[in-house]
Every structure is written in C-alpha cells, then in structure tokens.
Design a protein around this ligand. Structure first.
Ligand code: ADP
Length: 607
C-alpha cells in the first residue's frame, strides 16, 4: 500500500476514534500536551535561576523565579492529573463504547452480510487482534499520545536550542575564533547526528524485534480466549470429567508458559540493542556537554544557558526517537485498521438508502435467492402478489424455503435476482429501518434480552404500561405475569441481574408474541415460533393471533398444515418454489397434489 493510502486509513481511524469517544481524545491530547511542556518549564526556569544567581541578582528576584516555577509546575501537574483521571474514566468505558459502535454497525449492515462466513471471520480477527495486543484502534490511541508529546517537545526544543548555534564566543583569541568557526559547529552537528541515528536505529530495531516476538503471542491469547470461553461451559466439564480433556489443554498451556524461547529471545534483544543505544547516547552526551561547555567557557552564553541547551537537546533526541518508533508502529498498524474499515464499509452502503414506502400490496417478481455459501438457488422464480389485510399461510416441509421467503418478505435478505416491491416501490430503494418498521415478526429462533419483561415487550426503556399489559394479556402471559415478583419490571434470565427470573421456552414465546403485538405493525409474521409446542397448542396460538389481528396482513408459517387451514390463502412451498396456492378446501380438492399428500401424511397425528 502506498504511503498516502496508509495515511488516509490512519486518518480514517482517528476520525472513527473521535466519533466513538471524542472526549477521550480530548483528555489524551491535554495530558500529552502538558506532559510535553512540563520538562521545558523546569529546564527554562532552572536555567534562568542559575543565571540570576551567578550574576548576583537580588534574593527577592531569584525567589520570584522560584515561586513562579513552583506555581507553574503545580498548575501543570494539576491539569495533568485531571486530564489523566478523566482519560482513565474514558479508557474504562472504551471497550463498551466500541461494543456499542459495533452493535450499531451490525444493525446497519445488510443481514446477509452479517451471516456471511467471510465477514464473520473478519469480525473475529478484528476482535482477537484487539484483545491480544490492542492492534487496531487501541494502538492508534497509544501512538497518538506519544506522537503528540513528541511533536510538541521537538518544536519547543528546537526553539530552545537555536541560541546554541547563533550565539558566538567573545572573539579575540585564536581558540575563540575556532569555536566560532562553521567547521567547529558542523563537526559537532555531524557527530551528534551520527550518535542520534545510531540511537534511533537501535531503539527502533529493539522495538520491532520485541514486537515480532510478542506477535507470536496472539496464538497463546487465542488459546486463552478459547479456554476461558469453554472452561466455563458445563458441557465441557461433563466430558472433561469422563475423558480428562484437561490433560490436552494443560499441555498446550505449558507449551506457552514454559517455553524458554520467548523469554530468552526477548532478553537477548534487550541486551544487544539496549547496549548499543546506551553507548550511542553516552557518546552523544559527551559531544553535547563538550560543545556547550566550551561555548560557555568562551562566553558565548551564560552558565544558566548550559542547563537549557543540554536539557533541550536531550529532550529533542529522546522525542525524535519516539517519533520515529511510534510513526513506524502507526504504519504497521494500518493493516488492522484496514480490517476495521472493510468491516464498517458494509454498514455504510446500507445506510445510504433513505427512501420511504407506504404499505400496500407486496409483490414478488421472479425472485430467486441463493445463499452466498451455497451453489444452488434456495428460492426459485417466486412470483406472486400478497394483498393487504389477508391472512396467508406459508406451508411446506422443512428445508423447502419458508424461512428464506419470510426473510425476503421482511427485508432481511435482498433477492439474488428479481424484485420485491411494496405498494409499487422497489423495496431495495427503501431505508431498511423504515421498511422494518412495517413488520412485527416472531422468528423461530427469536431472542429476548436479560432486561425487564416490559422492556422486552416495548423494546424501549420508556414504555406505555397499559399497552404492555394488554399485549402480554393477548399473548396469554397474564397468568405467569401475576406470579412475577415485580410484575412487568421483573428482569428475565439471570445472566445480567441476579434477581432475574428464569422463564420456560413457552413463556419466552409468549413474551416474543407480546412484543410483536405491542409493535402494532401493519404486517405480522409468525415464523413457526411454536415449533417446539404440540400441534394443538400451535393451532390455538395461531387462531388467537388471527382473531386479534383481523385488520392486519398476517403470515403464518408452519410445517403443520392443520395450524393454518383457517387462512384466506395457503402458499405451498416445495423445494424453493410455490407449487400450489389457494384455500384449504381448494388445495385439498386437488387430489395427488403436494398439499393433498402432506395433509394425508400428517392427518394421522391429529386424529
Ligand atoms: P424452511 O424454513 O422451509 O425449513 P429454510 O428457508 O430455512 O427452509 O431453508 C431452505 C434451504 O436453505 C435449506 O436447504 C437450508 O439448508 C438452506 N439454508 C438456510 N439457511 C442457510 C444459510 N444461512 N446458508 C446456506 N444455506 C441455508
């Protein structure tokens, strides 16, 4: 990747961090800026105080300098403390805010993308890199802090060192002329640059090599993640007891913790490059002290300036090294930012549509659907009109394409070819959120969250209590609700709240149903949420839903034909196609048809 491309990605990363938590960036900036300025305050005032003392300035004036220095240090320390504490608070919330961000991205991503195994893999990679080494956004934050400090420090040190080269020794002697000569200064600069280059080189090699060693560790972190998530699983404990699986895992852990390779390598890198760096810095300091000392001796500037120039140059060197190292890290980190960029770009495309639509006839025109991982069409040439206010049944054997059809209907999937339109508007041009607003769906594998019953029904912290009660009542949950300790404020499941109450699968289905009732959308879909119930209970629930939604368009999905015989129209799916449609009586009269044979096959269970 070209440097300009890399820089674009880095800037994108910073914009993202700013979007997730702008205040975090602000406090880090403040802390880094203050950290950069602080050493120079000390250098400047020490130099000034020494000068005042050596020139015999009055005690009062010297004290004034001391007091200003102390006051400035206190002020800066105070700001640094506050900014530090604030940024720590934001840091502690950073992971959660990132989760919130990814939730939002996932919500805005086409559902089919979210299911795409490649994108799942990318998501896992982003997570495991983030957890293992902070690669990605965390690294950008760290680099930002170091680079900002380095940039400010370098700028101030340059200003503070100018005098070192501009001020000339009092001429008169041959040696003073030599000190003032361009050759003397040039030789000093060359020596310094050589030492600094060696120091920067050795530090960055040390850093890179160390990182290469650490990079082998994500493997062990992946192991850690795997162990953590699985050891807590009771199924694991069950088989673990019977088969002593832990032996395998323990060996795997020993491999990482006992391997002297890592420890030895890291130690060697430290010793080798640390020594080179120390030697280069030592020689550099020797030249620096000599040069500045000689100039003081020949009265090019005062004794106090010695402190200023030596201090400023030291700052310059260490910050230039940091600048070099962290810029390198930032460039290496681009690969991880690229992953995040690719992942997020899936959400952006979905958000670009903002068309609206009003309800009416839904039309499928020559719709085909093929899953990305599949090599065959799961839905084939589906072509039909679904009229407002009617009750439809979607029936067929397992795997015949009912759920896929429903997901196309409610906008979760887009057709591979063909068009789904509502009231004449192509659904693919409509804002997904506006389209989802039109549907109340109870999926086969619906999900509830560990929050209060009321929040689960209203999907909002702010609920209309009356409507919540009425929805729960219609869904047949009233009796269970009356036994709940805090009514609709009772939290379901215990994962999140220890006072939570466990509920059965059937009760969960009723809450999910109440959620659909509460939403009060014009189209209602029940995608076999009753699959685990017996046929009689399913029929009861379906007819209850039918009664309470007399004015709505309702789709009942089932592989049990008896549950849906009351519907205005039954769509019979077979192998991805609609092979028959019509009322129960009409379909049953078509002897030898799919419906006829399914009905007869199932009838024995209902007698
Ligand atoms: P039904 O709801 O009638 O049981 P589905 O619509 O769930 O049928 O599935 C239709 C076909 O599509 C099945 O063969 C199923 O294996 C396949 N299928 C369902 N989901 C996926 C998926 N995410 N990826 C690949 N194939 C899928």
């Amino acid at each position: 990747m070209k440097l300009s491309e890399k820089i674009k990605k880095i800037l994108w990363g910073y914009r993202l961090i700013f979007r997730i938590d702008g205040k975090y960036m602000f406090y880090i900036s403040l802390k880094s800026a203050v950290s950069a300025v602080m050493p120079f305050v000390l250098i400047y005032f020490s130099s000034a105080i020494v000068d005042r003392i050596s020139t015999g300035t009055s005690f009062g004036v010297v004290m004034r300098y001391v007091i200003v220095l102390l006051a400035a240090e206190m002020l800066l320390n105070g700001i640094k403390e506050i900014a530090g504490a604030r940024s720590e608070i934001h840091q502690s919330q950073w992971q959660l805010k990132q989760e919130q961000f990814y939730c939002d991205i996932n919500n805005r991503m086409p559902y089919a993308d979210l299911e795409d195994p490649e994108l799942q893999l990318l998501k896992n990679r982003i997570r495991s890199n983030q957890n293992a080494t902070g690669a990605g956004l965390d690294t950008q934050i760290t680099c930002y802090s170091f680079l900002l400090t380095a940039f400010i420090s370098i700028t101030i040190s340059i200003f503070m060192t100018v005098g070192l080269f501009v001020n000339m020794a009092e001429s008169g002697s041959q040696s003073a002329d030599l000190v003032n000569s361009g050759t003397f200064t040039a030789a000093f600069i060359v020596f310094m640059l050589v030492c600094i280059s060696i120091s920067v080189w050795s530090s960055s090699v040390k850093f890179r090599k160390e990182n290469e060693e650490w990079r082998t560790l994500p493997e062990s972190n992946r192991l850690l993640h795997y162990i953590r998530s699985n050891l807590s699983n009771n199924l694991w404990a069950m088989d673990g007891r019977i088969y002593k699986w832990d032996n395998v895992v323990m060996d795997e852990i020993y491999k990482y913790t006992r391997d002297p390779k890592y420890i030895g390598n890291i130690y060697r890198i430290h010793r080798r490059y640390g020594t080179i760096n120390m030697a280069a810095m030592g020689v550099m300091r020797f030249f620096l002290y000599m040069f500045v000392g000689i100039k003081v001796y020949y009265k090019a500037f005062s004794v106090g300036k010695f402190i200023q120039y030596v201090g400023a140059v030291e700052q310059l060197v260490s910050n230039a090294t940091n600048m070099f190292i962290y810029f390198g890290i930032l460039l290496n980190n681009v690969a991880y930012i690229e992953d995040i960029y690719t992942y997020c770009s899936h959400a952006e495309t979905a958000a670009a549509k903002d068309g609206d639509v009003s309800e009416g006839t839904i039309r499928f025109s020559n719709v085909y659907y093929r899953y990305r991982t599949s090599d065959r069409d799961v839905l084939k040439n589906v072509d039909l009109e679904l009229k407002e206010g009617r009750k439809y049944a979607i029936v067929g054997e397992n795997g015949s394409g009912k759920t896929t059809f429903v997901k196309l209907l409610c906008g979760l999937y887009k057709p591979t070819s063909g068009i789904v339109s509502m009231n004449g508007t192509d659904v693919s041009t409509v804002s997904p959120t506006r389209y989802y607003d039109k549907f109340s769906v109870v999926f086969q594998d619906f999900s509830l969250v560990s929050a209060s019953v009321g929040e689960n029904v209203a999907c909002d912290m702010d609920q209309d209590r009356e409507r919540v009660y009425s929805a729960l009542d219609k869904a047949g949950f009233s009796e269970r609700l009356s036994k709940m300790s805090k009514g609709t404020d009772t939290v379901i499941y215990r994962e999140y709240d220890e006072t939570g109450e466990e509920i059965s699968g059937g009760e969960a289905q009723k809450i999910a149903l109440a959620r659909a009732v509460y939403k009060d959308s014009p189209y209602v879909i029940l995608d076999e949420p009753t699959a685990s119930l017996d046929p009689v209970s399913e029929e009861e629930i379906y007819s209850r839903v039918n009664e309470m939604n007399s004015d709505k368009t309702v789709f009942f999905v089932s592989h049990r034909l008896s549950s849906c015989k009351f519907c205005d129209e039954i769509l019979v799916f077979d192998n991805g196609s609609i092979v028959q449609r019509g009322s129960h009586e009409k379909l049953l009269s078509e002897k030898g048809s799919k419906y006829f044979s399914l009905w007869n096959a199932q009838a024995q269970y209902y007698v």
